[in-house]
Design a protein around this ligand. Structure first.
Ligand SMILES: [Zn+2]
Length: 141
């Protein structure tokens, strides 16, 4: 991948630290998230401080890590440096990817009932979706 890289409307990646298989990392992530409190959690992992956000709860609670829309399976996590946004300073993020045809595809959380229609931002209303399907869904609403 070429950096800087824009993976969504608001996320700009500056570089990559490590690549980890879903099978290896998921149990450790689940353990780390037992300390979740409200908005985010800093996780010391592999020598860096990773900022975990609510989508990580959605990932570990999903029955299977695949896109609910197209069925793409997530294969790995990447620890990546994220450029500063209004909400966060520059930080390390743990991003989830699938690799259809060797092409890295970013995974995100999707609101089943859209936020604009009063949908909650919690586990009852969030599901795992790949970014291309999320974009398509957004465009059709
Ligand atoms: Zn998809």
């Amino acid at each position: 991948m070429k950096y800087p890289l824009s993976i969504s409307k608001s996320v700009l990646l500056l570089g990559r630290h490590a690549l980890l298989s879903v099978d290896d990392l998921l149990p450790q992530l689940k353990e780390a998230l037992t300390k979740w409190q409200n908005d985010s959690l800093v996780w010391s992992y592999g020598g860096v401080e990773i900022v975990l956000t609510y989508r990580h709860n959605v990932f570990v609670e999903a029955d299977s890590l695949e896109c609910v829309s197209c069925g793409l399976l997530a294969t790995h996590f990447a620890i990546e440096k994220v450029a500063a946004t209004k909400r966060w300073p520059e930080s390390w993020a743990l991003n989830l990817y699938g690799t259809p045809h060797g092409k890295q595809t970013y995974f995100t959380q999707d609101h089943i009932v859209p936020k604009s229609k009063g949908g909650a931002s919690d586990l009852t209303n969030l599901q795992v979706m790949c970014w291309p399907c999320n974009l398509e869904k957004g465009d059709s609403q």
